[in-house]
Design a protein around this ligand. Sequence first.
Ligand SMILES: [Zn+2]
Length: 353
Amino acid sequence: MHSTIANAAPTEELRYPWDRHPGADQAVEIAPGILWLRLKLPFRLDHVNIYLLADGDGWALVDTGFGNDSTIAAWETLFAGALQGFRISRVIVTHAHPDHVGMAGWIVQRFGCPFYMSQIEYLQGVYHQNRRTEERIVNSRQFFRRHGIAEKTIEQLVGRGQDYLKKTVPLPAAYRRLSHGQDITIGARTFRIFTGAGHSPDQVMLYCAADRLFLSADQVLSKISPNVSVWAHEPDEDALGSYLNSLAQLSSLLPDDVLVLPGHGVPFYGVKTRIKQLADHHQERCGMIADACRERAMTSAELVPVVFNKHVLDAHQTGFALGELIAHVNYMVGQARLRGELDADGVLRFRTA
Ligand SMILES: [Zn+2]
């Protein structure tokens, strides 16, 4: 799969036509009938992009922001200002992460409009909103122990308030399904729906061939590498293999001259160049892991500082770094580049095959 990407021979350089992002109370037109907004997030990744697509006398909303009071205040400001008189005709959510689906229930209720997600992402959101916390924590402890995390760190990781319901308002009770390969007409435009796994299980992207516009959600971001992690509820998932397959598929489905409208960061040209950078970045990390595990068998916990050697990580970032690390070792075990050994202490160690 990786060689497929390399052979695609990207010709478009990365270009960023907008050097500034919209302010909190602004809607910026990036193409006729396409508006770009930006909402704040309470993390180091401090914003999420929202797009509005002209839809007859209304507007289709793509993603909704994090489910907290300050996002509600931000939407109220927009609906009283830059978006005054706007009717939201439908809400499309790219994936079940709280920064994207967080306010969906609130907006759908406010406008009485239909709600669109892929089936897997909708069910993923429903699962996260209904899961039993105690049982999940027991499972997470087992998962972290198996990967060699110290007990003190485990306490920080399971105790740092991962309650999805505090980050999302209740999901709408019904949804319309978006499936890979289907077309959806929004106003004068037809978009081809692509879905892809890795960052989340079945993330939705929208491609308008006529206008060369690609809403990439978090699958292809302009300057940061999307988080590709394995979590305790699916410990053997090959999230990175799925992600690399999705990148290769996008590289073959898309022309090189699309304007990419990502879920974070700024719009850009050069999608194939960016896809190749992202794939190379992950292969480089696999190389670092293979080198380290050639000397001696290592746990995922021991490999975190090998791969994330330029970063000082807090508990939140340690959780993501560990999830990313496990995505790499699972992928490499699947590719027979690593061998996992479960030791007598119940800890999994990896050795280069
Ligand atoms: Zn995101």
